[in-house]
Write a protein that binds this ligand. Structure first.
Ligand SMILES: *[C@@H]1O[C@H](CO)[C@@H](O)[C@H](O)[C@H]1NC(C)=O
Ligand SMILES: *[C@@H]1O[C@H](CO)[C@@H](O)[C@H](O)[C@H]1NC(C)=O
Ligand SMILES: *[C@@H]1O[C@H](CO)[C@@H](O)[C@H](O)[C@H]1NC(C)=O
Length: 201
């Protein structure tokens, strides 16, 4: 029912740093360390944080994070205002493919307090790690020129509307045009200037 790979590529921009609570470079170091420690399944730097998996309270020791993962693709977002990060991992390893989305919350000093992961695998809605990898690596996530960036409030309202759509079909989402959605391993865009995200899935 849930895809961790939430993509609003048409209007997601880099967050405008009005009141940074955490440094961007610190958060970048923290996500880099999170990703690299997945290769051996090291959890020492994660184990003091509160952990939820697929919205349920859990322990990092019993999670997917405690095993070595062959990562095909990783991408992280860094929110300096909320001292939070989001990292997506795509693992196509045929022994057990996964797509994992993880939010991490920090104190301004960089102490990890909370980890929330959405772990999807075989049987989940539109799950196809090979397809997710194929489309995710074709997306352009390079920085948007400063003059063309939306405000933090506009970006947040758009993302909230997208998520609300899953529980309320009347939600109006401010899609851009063209717009494409990557849901699980399925991509809605066809490369046309009129591609729309306003479709029934
Ligand atoms: C994560 O992604 C970056 C950028 O694509 C890449 O340079 C790095 O090697 C990746 N890390 C791992 C552990 O796969
Ligand atoms: C998964 O995605 C790949 C790449 O797009 C595609 O070739 C394959 O047919 C898909 N598998 C299923 C079961 O849909
Ligand atoms: C669903 O969204 C519409 C449009 O924003 C809103 O008017 C309505 O109150 C929402 N319904 C519920 C049950 O939240």
């Amino acid at each position: 029912m849930w895809s961790p790979v939430v993509k609003l590529a048409a209007f997601l921009t880099l967050i405008h740093v009005a009141q940074a609570q955490c440094s961007y470079s610190m958060l970048q170091e923290l996500t880099k360390s999170y990703v690299s420690s997945r290769l051996a399944g090291q959890i020492s730097t994660l184990s003091t944080a509160v952990y939820t998996e697929n919205f349920k309270s859990s322990t990092i020791q019993n999670s997917v994070h405690a095993q070595p993962l062959r990562i095909d693709h990783n991408r992280s977002l860094h929110d300096t205002t909320q001292c939070a990060t989001y990292t997506e991992l795509i693992i196509t390893d045929s022994r057990h493919p996964y797509v994992i989305g993880t939010q991490m919350r920090y104190t301004p000093e960089g102490q990890l307090t909370q980890i929330d992961s959405l772990v999807t695998d075989a049987g989940d809605w539109l799950f196809n790690a090979t397809g997710t990898l194929y489309w995710a690596t074709r997306e352009d996530w390079s920085p948007i020129p400063e003059a063309r960036r939306d405000s933090r409030a506009v970006i947040k309202a758009g993302a909230d509307a997208y998520l609300d759509l899953f529980s309320n079909k009347s939600t109006v989402v401010p899609w851009g045009t063209p717009c494409a959605r990557l849901e699980g391993g399925s991509y809605t865009g066809q490369g046309r200037p009129t591609d729309s995200c306003n479709l029934v899935l």
